[in-house]
Design a protein around this ligand. Structure first.
Ligand code: UD1
Length: 412
């Protein structure tokens, strides 16, 4: 006999949301199908705000993560912060008034996260925030404002690590609202890891297989392992790095030196692509459509002058496979700092703060800001085998979403 139905709305908006919602959907489906829980059924709607809309920033992730089609798409698109946040607020409020859910679940720290939390709380609908409590203490970052305000209005705050609980406690958030559950991104990572390793991205980029003969010749010099050419993987999209020409030029100085050791593979975010063009910096990069790197380019000097190889943004599985095999990852993303910690891959973060300090203390992460000398020095450490090893933080075990669902069913 089914006594209670719960009506939840799950929100996604931008690329880093998708891998945090996918495990929740799996956990809800698992809960509904479990014979132990016949008294409660969870009905849910998946709402996509449309903050990210390019196929490579959104559709590819739905496919790779096997997310269901969104039940509702708000089609909000890009804009200044106020405009984008405001549009989501207006459109999501209409959804809430029509659907009257018991609970809205938001994840992460993007503009859609804050806008949907705010729309819900104003209608006295309870809000659960997954990935609560992270703080960079840098209010110049739009995400920091989103984190602070989302946490301030949420009813259930799910933290990935103990610093999150401490931050929330200092902000006066009652401990009854806070639940340490682990890192939900790690659920996606562990769930998809084997599948990711089977994608053919390494061969497509000429980093394995086709290279066998070259690799055999060079393996003694390069310390090649498992037949994969050594490379650095990079992502860069923070406004502080890519909207500011002097900052980007400083980073470039470091990168060009690094690329003498390792070719740098760089899937480029649309914001960054626009800025590279606007600053007239295209000549420092080698742009590729995804499949046209030829292995011999690495060796015949064609690519040697410009060894920062740019691609369209990659899907989740291809990027994960590239991360697994990278010698080193350079990034200004938040999530990648966590993923490299779990994978035990060296991570050099092109920022001066992190909202994920556990990746510094327990993981492989190091902060270098936009300092070219530090960038080069840290890559040299990796090259010289002086890399840090990580230990996986507690509760980053692939079961965070199940804990979230169990808590929400019990308390909600
Ligand atoms: C957003 C998040 C950031 C996250 C990043 C991951 C906020 C405040 N920022 O930043 O935390 O790390 O997503 O990607 O929410 N664009 C496209 N196609 C798209 C999406 C964006 O061309 O599908 C271009 C547009 O010109 C847009 C710009 O990229 O103006 C920036 O997009 P936006 O969603 O505003 O912020 P992100 O930099 O992507």
């Amino acid at each position: 006999m089914n006594l209670t139905a719960k009506n939840w709305i799950l929100v996604v908006g931008a690329r880093p949301n998708f891998m945090k919602i996918a495990p929740l959907i799996r956990a809800i489906d698992k809960y509904n199908n479990a014979s132990l829980s016949p008294l409660v059924t969870i009905h849910y709607l998946l709402v996509h705000t449309g903050q990210h809309y390019d196929a490579s920033m959104s559709d590819a992730f739905f496919r790779d993560l096997r997310l269901p089609e969104p039940d509702l798409h708000l089609g909000v698109g890009s804009g200044n912060h106020g405009e984008q946040t405001g549009k989501v607020l207006i459109e999501f409020e209409k959804v809430l008034l029509k659907e009257q859910p018991d609970l809205v679940i938001v994840v992460g720290d993007v503009n859609s996260t804050l806008a949907c939390a705010l729309a819900a709380v104003k209608l006295q609908i309870r809000v659960a925030h997954v990935e609560a409590g992270l703080r960079s203490f840098d209010r110049r970052m739009p995400e920091e404002i989103n984190r602070l305000l989302t946490d301030a209005v949420s009813d259930y705050l799910f933290t990935p690590s103990p610093e999150g609980d401490e931050n929330l406690s200092k902000e006066g958030i009652p401990s009854e609202k806070v639940f340490l559950v682990g890192d939900i991104m790690v659920d996606s990572l562990l769930y998809h890891l084997d599948q990711a390793k089977k994608t053919n991205i390494l061969a497509r980029l000429g980093l394995s297989n086709a290279l066998t003969s070259c690799l055999q010749i060079r393996s003694a010099d390069d310390g090649l392992q498992s037949g994969v050419l050594p490379y650095a993987l990079m992502t860069l999209h923070r406004p502080a790095n890519v909207d500011d020409k002097p900052a980007l030029e400083r980073i470039m100085r470091g990168l060009l030196e690094v690329s003498a050791d390792f070719p740098i593979l760089f899937p480029v975010h649309p914001r960054t692509a626009k800025q590279i063009k606007a600053f007239g910096m295209e000549s420092s990069f080698q742009f590729h459509s995804s499949a046209d790197i030829k292995p011999q380019d690495y060796f015949e000097g064609k690519a040697l002058k410009r060894r920062i190889h740019c691609f369209e943004p990659m899907g989740y599985l291809d990027f994960l496979n590239l991360m697994v095999h990278a010698k080193v990852v350079l990034t200004d993303s938040g999530g990648i700092q966590e993923e490299t910690t779990v994978l035990n891959i060296p991570c050099i973060t092109l920022r001066d703060t992190t909202e994920r300090p556990i990746t510094l203390t327990e993981g492989t992460n190091v902060l270098v800001h936009n300092d070219p000398e530090k960038i080069v020095a840290e890559v040299k450490k990796v090259r010289d085998g002086q890399r840090r090893q990580s230990q996986c933080p507690s509760l980053w075990d692939g079961h965070t979403a199940e804990r979230v669902v169990a808590i929400l069913v019990k308390h909600g």
